[in-house]
Design a protein around this ligand. Structure first.
Ligand code: HEM
Length: 474
């Protein structure tokens, strides 16, 4: 197979050249040589997706063509073009079928995996539960969960499995929001199940089809999926055993009301699928971000001290309320900088165009695939000098403006993260309360954690940090 990607664009659209207004149809942007099938590119990507794409961007610019038979894939890293794609061309895009088919094994047909009218109906039914107002009302529950968890953390000085402890806490928060229930042993077991299913899903994405789950080596995945499904069904069944007027005010009750009012549009399976998505998307991502934030605080003691001082001044030892959050401005910038360095979803689910479209002067046929590697965009030295350094001041009110689209850890356009208000509120409350009670530092001799991409971006090895109780004025 011949690639149609010339190593140098014949129309001068190299990294440093100004784009002409329109390239003729049939000419692809520059990209790496693909050989006969392009599968060597795929193999490289399966080993190190972010590293490979970073190299290609360095060599070919902000719009890179990958010819991987039978697909033409375009990697877009220019902030304005990414917005053109995800906002302007939203109606001409569908999510990559293979990715959706892998996600559906666990999520079923939920707002995360649905397309078109089905997606619109689900999204608008769920939106009120994730609105800023609904999230504000939930702040006391988040603070309650955090207070209970932090009371169980060590009092003296100790190396502490902070990643696992923060994952349990975010799981507790989402269980309260969805089921008015606290974390128990069944839910704790879900942590291991999740690791197994995420690893299996990540590996399967690079295969054209999945082998059946009864294959002997898929035991961990099989068990993981069964455990997670049991966890959700257990909650749904318990709720259905109650009279509707005894249902608590939470996400599950709101979904069951939809089911009761219109069982054809909202069968119990749909309720189950939405619960699974909210449970998985709603705690994994916040756990990963808080883990990286704890690392950034430990590795940057001055920033930690500044954030703690702000928390002390604003909260005066109290639990945070929704009204306090806008005053925790510096703390918010530490979380934004963490999301820039370590976006929980470092690569958006690839999209496929359903119609021919023009993007950045390139005329691309229907069926073209698009990849948006957020992590790379957020490490772009053009907007983020010294991009690997932790500098919360990049997000200060007075800092120079960043190009729109250069920072989008929650995605953008109509499919922007449904839970972004919940996530930012929850992470601010938990981070503030952690700083009120503990200092974190890097254990002696510990090397910086390496990020590993398994659906979300987590430290390669479970993160442990040195924890010490902090007593205000003590
Ligand atoms: C730090 C935390 C989080 C990050 C960084 C994050 C990131 C993202 C991103 C980047 C997307 C868009 C994916 C794409 O376009 O391919 C997304 C979608 C989504 N997120 Fe989040 N997320 C976070 C927390 C949450 C929470 C707490 C929930 C709560 C349930 C949630 C639920 C969802 C859902 C349902 C979607 C799919 C929306 C749709 O397709 O309409 N996320 N998230």
């Amino acid at each position: 197979m011949n690639t149609t990607s010339p190593p140098q664009c014949p129309y001068g659209h190299g990294k440093n050249a100004a784009a002409p207004s329109l390239h003729p149809p049939g000419v692809w942007p520059p990209g790496p040589p693909s050989g006969l099938t392009g599968w060597t590119l795929l193999r490289r990507m399966s080993r190190d997706l972010l590293g490979s794409v970073a190299e290609w961007r360095q060599a070919y610019g902000d719009v890179v063509h990958l010819r991987i038979w039978p697909e033409h894939q375009i990697v877009v890293t220019d902030p304005q073009l990414v917005r053109d794609l995800l906002v302007g061309h939203h109606l001409e895009l569908r999510r990559w079928e293979r990715g959706i088919s892998v996600f559906s094994q666990l999520h079923g047909h939920s707002v995360l995996t649905a397309e078109g009218e089905a997606w619109r109906a689900k999204r608008s039914a769920l939106q009120p539960s994730f609105s800023p107002k609904a999230v504000q009302a939930f702040v006391p529950a988040i603070a309650g969960a955090a207070a209970k968890t932090f009371a169980l953390w060590p009092r003296g000085e100790a190396d502490w499995h902070i990643e696992s402890a923060l994952t349990s806490l975010t799981m507790d928060v989402i269980l309260r929001m969805m089921f008015s229930s606290e974390i128990d042993e069944d839910a704790r077991a879900a942590e291991g199940a999740l690791n197994d299913t995420a690893k299996a899903a990540n590996a399967e994405m690079y295969w054209p089809a999945s082998l059946p789950d009864w294959m002997p080596w898929k035991r961990a995945k099989r068990r993981g999926i069964a455990l997670l499904k049991r966890l959700i069904s257990g909650h749904v069944e318990k709720r259905l055993a109650l009279a509707p007027d005894a249902w608590p005010e939470d996400l599950l009750s709101r979904l069951l009301v939809l089911h009761r009012d219109d069982p054809a549009a909202w069968p119990l399976k749909a309720v189950h699928d939405e619960c699974m998505t909210a449970f998985l998307a709603g705690h994994e991502t916040t756990a990963a971000t808080l883990t990286w934030w704890a690392w950034c605080m430990a590795a940057n003691p001055q920033a930690q001290e500044l954030a703690r001082r702000e928390v002390e001044t604003v909260l005066q030892g109290r639990l945070p309320s929704a009204q306090d959050l806008p005053s925790l401005a510096y703390l918010a910038t530490t979380l934004q900088e963490t999301l820039r360095l370590y976006p929980a979803a470092p690569v958006l689910l690839s999209r496929r165009s359903t119609l021919a479209m023009t993007l950045g002067g390139w005329q691309l046929p229907a069926g073209t695939m698009f990849m948006v590697p957020l992590q790379l965009m957020q490490h772009d030295a053009r907007w983020y000098p010294d991009p690997s350094a932790f500098r919360p001041e990049r997000f200060d009110c007075g800092a120079p403006d960043l190009p729109r689209g250069s920072f989008m850890p929650f995605g953008t356009g109509p499919r922007v993260c449904l839970g972004q208000h919940l996530a930012t509120t929850e992470m601010t409350v938990i981070a503030a309360m952690l700083l009120q009670r503990f200092t974190v530092s890097v254990p002696e001799g510990m090397a910086p954690p390496r990020p590993a991409f398994n659906i979300t971006l987590r430290p390669e090895c479970p993160l442990r940090l040195r924890l010490k109780e902090y007593i205000q004025g003590g």
